[in-house]
Design a protein around this ligand. Structure first.
Ligand code: SAM
Length: 221
């Protein structure tokens, strides 16, 4: 066996350990989510110099002052979405592309918006190299959603908003669900909004910390 194989096996083992110790044991029980995460090489989404930390239970820098989210938070948000496999999902904040890959393993089609051109271009390359064909990326202000392909079964916002962006709520299908961190710039609550025939219901899925959502219906800078 050569050094490259050794490295690949080491990363595969770290990924299986992460799935068991950081996710299953902390309440992530959705088999689809665990299966997706145990298959996706998170090391492909982090900078080369941080590859050996790809399975640490922590966010990691990806450039442009942004981060790839902590694996547990990615798993929690995905599990909270209660995906069955046939959904059309909109993600705001493509970042590294990792959350989009997790969603794409589970649901039918993923639309993902990123405000940074360089992050979006980098994520596109990684996702193409890994062979994903059900993810559509776009550069722009995700706080106003992607009207062209709305309504969505699920919307997941992976940056922190001062309040729930109204335009995004209105791009949900009846029965659809939006998950978004809401709070100040230091700390937020993960808010889960469901659209009913006549209204919206809101509940909290716990505390979290995300980088700010910057845009028309987010923070101004
Ligand atoms: N989901 C990402 C992943 O899997 O790597 C992590 C996202 S990172 C925590 C938040 C991202 O949201 C950053 O890349 C940031 O540039 C992006 N962002 C912030 N405001 C945005 C907006 N209005 N529209 C789109 N993306 C935005």
């Amino acid at each position: 066996m050569n050094k490259l194989d050794d490295e690949k096996i080491g990363l595969w083992r770290a990924r299986q350990r992460m799935t068991r110790h950081q996710l299953s044991s902390r309440g992530i029980q959705d088999e689809r989510v665990l299966e997706a995460i145990s298959r996706i090489p998170r090391e492909a989404f982090v900078p080369e110099a941080l590859r050996d930390r790809a399975y640490d239970d922590t966010p990691l820098p990806i450039g442009d002052g942004q981060t790839i989210s902590q694996p547990y938070i990615v798993a929690l948000m995905t599990q909270t979405l209660e995906l069955h496999g046939d959904e059309k999902v909109l993600e705001i904040g493509t970042g590294s592309g990792y959350q989009a890959a997790v969603l794409a393993q589970i649901c039918q089609k993923v639309f993902s918006i990123e405000r940074s051109y360089s992050l979006s271009a980098h994520a596109r390359k990684i996702l193409e190299d890994l062979g994903y064909t059900n993810i559509l990326l776009r550069v722009g202000d995700g706080t106003v959603g992607w009207a062209e392909f709305s309504p969505y079964d699920r919307i997941v916002v992976t940056a922190a908003a001062p309040s729930i962006p109204k335009t995004l709520s209105n791009q949900l299908k009846i029965g659809g669900m939006l998950i978004v961190p809401v709070g100040d710039r230091l700390q937020q609550e993960l808010m889960v909004l469901r659209r009913t025939e006549t209204d919206f219901t809101i509940q909290s899925a716990g505390p979290c910390v995300f980088v700010p959502l910057i845009g028309r219906e987010g923070w101004s800078n």
